[in-house]
Write a protein that binds this ligand. Structure first.
Ligand code: ADE
Length: 248
C-alpha cells in the first residue's frame, strides 16, 4: 500500500522530503517522484505542477506507474468564503472546476460524461486529514515557531471543511473573487489543481483528500510576503499535517 503525497510547491515538497529518511528519485515525464517511508508507511512524494493539466498528468502517473492506493494533496489556496483568512487551512469535502463550462450542451460546471459538477473526497481519509490539521493549527507555534506566528498574526488559525474550487487562473482581482462567490456561494477557497486531481482519482477509484493553507484572499489587496509565507508557514504546516496524518 503506497500513499501518494502531492505538494503544490517546491518549498513544501522539500519540507515533506526532509521527513523521509530514505527517499529515492525516479523521473517520469519530467517529474521527480520520490519513493520512501514515513513512519512505516510507504510513500511517494511529488510536485503536482501548476494548473489542472499538469496536476492531472501527475495524478495519472501516480495511479498507473506507481500503483498508489490513495492520494493526499497539500498546497496553498486563495480564501474566497467569508471568514476564510490567511493562515487558515481548508480541507475539501467536495471539489469543483470553476472554469468548466460546456453550456449549453451541459449545465455550467458539469463535468461532461460524469453527470455532476462536484466530486467528493474520501470520507475517512478526509476525517484523518482534518484531525491532523486541527492538531497542527491548535498549536501553530509548534510547527512554525513563535516568531512566524507573531509575524503572520496566526494566533488563532482555523480549519474549514467544505467546497474547494479549482481553475486555470490565479485569482487576484476582487471583482473575480466576488463573481466566484456569487456563482458558488459555498466555495471556501480557490486553487489551480485540486479538482483536477479529484477527477483523476474518481476515474481510478482512488481515495483522495486535500488540505490547502490560505495564502491570500484572492483579491487585489496588498498581500503578505508570499515567498516568506511559503517557507515559514505553508511548507511547515504541510510537513506537520502530513506527519500528523501518518501518526507521527
Ligand atoms: N493559490 C493560492 N492563491 C490562489 C489564488 N488566489 N488563485 C488561485 N490559486 C491560488
Amino acid at each position: 500500500m503506497t500513499l501518494a503525497l502531492i505538494s503544490a510547491l517546491p518549498e513544501e515538497l522539500q519540507a515533506v522530503l526532509d521527513l523521509l529518511p530514505d527517499e529515492q528519485r525516479t523521473t517520469v515525464a519530467g517529474r521527480a517522484f520520490w519513493q520512501g517511508h514515513l513512519h512505516g508507511q510507504t510513500v511517494v512524494a511529488v510536485l503536482s505542477g501548476i494548473g489542472k493539466v499538469a496536476a492531472a498528468t501527475t495524478a495519472t502517473l501516480l495511479a498507473e506507474r506507481f500503483a498508489v492506493s490513495a492520494i493526499v494533496m497539500t498546497g496553498v489556496a486563495g480564501g474566497v468564503g467569508p471568514g476564510v483568512n490567511v493562515g487558515d487551512v481548508v480541507v475539501a469535502r467536495t471539489l469543483l472546476q470553476h472554469d468548466m463550462d460546456a453550456s449549453p450542451i451541459f449545465p455550467r460546471h458539469e463535468l461532461p460524461g460524469y453527470g455532476r459538477s462536484r466530486l467528493e473526497t474520501d470520507v475517512s481519509l478526509t476525517a484523518r486529514l482534518a484531525q491532523a490539521c486541527e492538531t497542527t493549527l491548535g498549536h501553530p507555534a509548534d510547527a512554525l515557531g513563535e516568531e512566524a506566528v507573531r509575524a503572520f498574526h496566526l494566533a488563532a488559525p482555523r480549519v474549514h471543511q467544505g467546497l474547494l474550487i479549482s481553475g486555470d487562473r490565479f485569482v487576484s482581482r476582487t471583482a473575480e473573487s466576488q463573481a466566484l462567490q456569487a456563482e458558488l456561494p459555498d466555495a471556501l477557497a480557490v486553487d489551480m489543481e485540486s479538482a483536477a486531481v479529484a477527477q483523476v482519482c474518481a476515474d481510478f477509484g482512488l481515495p483522495f483528500s486535500v488540505a490547502r493553507t490560505i495564502s491570500d484572499r484572492a483579491d487585489d489587496a496588498a498581500h503578505v510576503d508570499f515567498p516568506r509565507f511559503l517557507t515559514q508557514v505553508a511548507s511547515r504546516y504541510s510537513a506537520a499535517i502530513v506527519a500528523g496524518l501518518l501518526g507521527a
